[in-house]
Design a protein around this ligand. Structure first.
Ligand SMILES: [Zn+2]
Length: 299
């Protein structure tokens, strides 16, 4: 597609990832660079909001720094590195990616080449798929050098990490970064709450049932602070409430599908609009995703 539309598509994706309903975008629209704010957690762990794209995490090790997610543009990636430089003179040695969406990976070219880049194995494949690179960012040199299938414990630069993947959720390549000593988990876009129900990317093999399974794994962690891909930190009670609400919603949709109801009837029953507002969210709603999954599994 023409570059102009690729950029627009990228903008729309970011807005959607943020859970916003994007307005009709003028052709020249560029993502807004929000003020960069660094928040300190405990034990040498920080999270950075702002720029363009997702939150980023920073973990300061003995001799180097581990960054979690790289934001959406090289300019935003540079802003993360500038924040790290304010915290410590130690170099960034590792980047861990929570999933393949462009708002988490397209800032990677701001980082020096030759870093260890860690991701779930499906995330690596998705990063290499042109569908996930509408901004045409050159990610050569930034494709994950180490992949995790399900669960791996490792000590990086003196810091204990557990890298966890239970099931396909937001995408099939989600990775949770759990720091057991600090009781902090970076949960990517599984836990983003700006939409009432989770955003599942079926085009990246996400799954509503897998989302529930993953959330149950996340809330079972011995953690006090959960850093989502977008928005502020959450506590365990908030995540428990979200998984309960979502599981109840999914059960209700499942019940209606079993009764042979159409998608529009199900939406009406749930009090949802059956048509999209102009300029509204272009990704399928949770109800549409679950309907599609269950209709497919019936055939
Ligand atoms: Zn995101």
């Amino acid at each position: 597609m023409p570059r102009k539309f690729q950029i627009m598509f990228g903008v729309v994706l970011v807005l959607l990832a943020l859970g916003a309903a994007p307005p009709a975008l003028p052709a020249q629209a560029q993502p807004q660079f929000a003020p960069i704010v660094t928040h300190a957690l405990n034990g040498g762990v920080y999270w950075i909001e702002g720029g363009v794209g997702s939150n980023a995490g920073v973990v300061i090790g003995k001799d180097g720094v581990i960054v979690i997610d790289a934001k959406q543009t090289p300019e935003s990636g540079k802003a993360v590195l500038a924040e790290v430089a304010k915290l410590t003179p130690k170099p960034v040695t590792h980047v861990i990616i929570t999933h393949s969406n462009l708002d988490h990976v397209d800032g990677l070219p701001a980082f020096p080449k030759g870093l260890t880049i860690i991701a779930q194995e499906n995330c690596k494949q998705q990063m290499e798929h042109p569908r996930n690179n509408p901004q045409n960012i050159d990610l050569s040199g930034y494709i994950p050098t180490k992949t995790v299938a399900k669960k791996e414990s490792m000590t990086i630069d003196g810091v204990r990490f557990e890298l966890l993947h239970w099931a396909p959720a937001h995408t099939s390549g989600d990775l949770i970064i759990y720091l057991p000593d600090q009781k902090i988990a970076f949960t990517g876009d599984i836990t983003v709450t700006r939409l009432p129900y989770p955003l599942i990317h079926l085009e990246d093999e996400g799954s509503s049932a897998g989302w529930i399974e993953s959330m149950k794994g996340i809330v079972a962690l011995n953690a006090d602070t959960f850093v989502p891909g977008h928005g502020g930190t959450q506590n365990k009670a908030e995540l428990q409430q979200r998984v309960a609400n979502t599981a109840a919603r999914r059960d209700k949709i499942k019940q209606l599908v079993a009764q042979g109801k159409s998608l529009d009837d199900i939406k009406k029953e749930l009090g949802e609009p059956t048509t999209r507002p102009a300029g509204g969210n272009a990704f399928p709603t949770f109800t549409e995703v679950v309907y599609k999954e269950l209709s497919k599994s019936k055939s």
